[in-house]
Write a protein that binds this ligand. Structure first.
Ligand SMILES: Cc1cc2nc3c(=O)[nH]c(=O)nc-3n(C[C@H](O)[C@H](O)[C@H](O)COP(=O)(O)OP(=O)(O)OC[C@H]3O[C@@H](n4cnc5c(N)ncnc54)[C@H](O)[C@@H]3O)c2cc1C
Length: 470
């Protein structure tokens, strides 16, 4: 059968961008369909604007700190609306950088939503187009929990928060995950009184309790209130203020309400059932090569319900297209680890298994910890909060790492490589780390593991024997 294209990619967020651009470079005839803007959630209403806002907030916070220390005599910057600046950056990236990458892709941009007619045909606007393979990369949208009264409120989500025209006086945030925590710190540092309320027992529930509790302490010091383990029963609009009520009688009042309570997949318009693709509430079902139940249709990125991060989405996109052009499916997700970071200050990063998973799997491990408070460089730079914690066994095999602290988002990549490539702790110890970086703390953990080995009488005897003999 002759098709219009070699492949159609539906959705041009990080996953769809990776597929379309790579496939076009491979010489395939590619059609990319995007209902909104290229870059998806990450570029337009997620990672990029949120990090831009965090950076502006960080500068204001640093200025305030310097003033408190008597090191700055300038006036406190009044940042009433950073959003137009952020949107200017986004427009620049979109026009000058992103669009250029698609010159070999036939684009259907802003022409409506694609939907499946059958397993090789997609409808966009008034056209039916066909392809040998179809890649679904349609992402997710914010999940709004069914709380009584919530539909009467003008809620904020990540889709409209970066369009605000001024910094609100106060904001209640439903959800203490990455988005909730990052927005709480950013807005607080820009002058909003923020309160987080959530059902989970600790902040960053995908991480671990130790990290969540540490972050809560830091947030409290910055005047961010955190209510964990709370069931919200209703929300009301009262005299221009939003009142949120919990089961145990707490009432939180604020000017704005941000809902950051998870994600849901969007399949109503896409009609994957017309192509015979299986899915559940959690996402489109895929095998380890990202193929759906219909083998020439792939689903990559957030829409398959896996790890919902931009780099995971890009990684999946890259692997799916590589699998599609390889005679043997060599790129399977089981073989790769995905590090992740929450960009609060201090940053919080994880890779591999956490302690709970290790216990569940019955894996023998020990935790090795290097604290920022014991590292001169961190003390001198006034960033002495946090730790590098490594779960490893007596042979130096690393299973999981959590890092809370300045620079953890950079440091975690080294540990991802260590876990993925099964590099042992003695190799980490023998790798010279640039000093005085925070990454040097990673070497310190490896040294700790090695020093433990040196405590054994056998090792001591061998060292003594050869030293005196040679
Ligand atoms: C506030 C916030 C901050 C974040 N920060 C980070 C971060 O720091 N680091 C990180 O790794 N991740 C972060 N994320 C998560 C990250 O944004 C997502 O994991 C990532 O965007 C997923 O990429 P994707 O390609 O799977 O989907 P998306 O980026 O959601 O892209 C899907 C695209 O498909 C389009 N689409 C959907 N249906 C159709 C259709 N029927 N027809 C045509 N087009 C369609 C959509 O318009 C969209 O552009 C953040 C998320 C939020 C909300």
């Amino acid at each position: 059968m002759k098709y219009d294209f070699d492949l159609i990619c539906i959705g041009l967020g990080p996953a769809g961008m990776a597929i379309s651009v790579m496939a076009a470079e491979m010489g395939l005839k590619v059609c990319g369909i995007e209902k909104n803007k290229i870059g998806g959630e990450c570029m337009n209403v997620g990672c990029i604007p949120s990090k831009s806002l965090l950076r502006i907030a960080k500068y204001r916070h640093a200025f305030l700190k310097l003033s408190e220390m008597g090191l700055s005599k300038g006036l406190m910057p009044n940042i009433n609306s950073p959003f137009s600046k952020i949107n200017n950056y986004l427009d620049y990236i979109s026009e000058k950088k992103t669009l250029k990458m698609f010159d070999k892709v036939e684009l259907f941009l802003g022409k409506g939503e694609a939907s499946f007619i059958d397993s090789h045909t997609v409808r966009i606007g008034d056209r039916n187009i066909t392809a040998q393979r179809i890649f679904i990369a349609t992402g997710t949208e914010p999940l709004v929990p069914p709380i009584e009264g919530i539909s009467d409120i003008d809620i904020l989500t990540n889709q409209n928060i970066f369009q605000l025209t001024k910094i609100p006086e106060s904001m209640t945030i439903i959800g203490g995950g990455a988005v909730g925590c990052e927005m709480a710190q950013a807005f607080t540092r820009l002058g909003t009184k923020c309160t987080i309320v959530q059902m989970d027992d600790f902040l960053i529930p995908n991480g671990d309790k130790e990290t969540g509790d540490l972050l809560k302490g830091i947030f409290n010091k910055e005047n961010i209130e955190v209510y964990n383990s709370k069931k919200i029963t209703s929300i009301k609009n009262e005299n221009g203020k939003i009142s949120l009520f919990t089961e145990d009688g707490i009432c939180l009042k604020s000017e704005k309400l941000l809902v950051a309570a998870g994600r849901k997949i969007i399949l109503d318009v896409l009609k994957v059932e017309n192509a015979g693709v299986k899915y559940s509430k959690g996402g489109i079902e895929v095998d380890p090569e990202y193929k759906t139940s219909v083998k020439h249709i792939y689903a990559v990125g957030d829409c398959n319900g896996g790890m919902m991060f931009t780099h995971a989405a890009m990684h999946q996109g890259m692997f799916a297209i590589m699998n599609a052009v390889s005679p043997f499916a060599i790129f399977k997700y089981r073989n790769y680890v995905i590090p992740w970071t929450v960009f609060t200050e201090p940053q919080v990063s994880f890779v591999g298994m956490n302690e709970e998973e290790l216990k569940k799997k019955g894996i023998k491990y020990k935790a090795y910890i290097a604290k920022y408070e014991n590292y001169g460089a961190a003390i001198a730079e006034n960033v002495s909060v946090g730790y590098v914690k490594v779960f490893a066994n007596s042979l130096g095999r690393v299973f999981g790492v959590s890092i809370v602290g300045d620079g953890s988002g950079e440091m975690i990549n080294e540990w991802a490589l260590i876990i993925q490539k099964k590099i042992r702790l003695h190799s980490v110890m023998f790798l010279a780390h640039s000093f005085p970086t925070m990454g040097f703390l990673s070497k310190r953990v490896a040294e700790q593991w090695m020093m433990e080995k040196m405590k054994s009488n056998l090792v001591k005897n061998i060292c003594r024997f050869f030293y005196r003999k040679l």
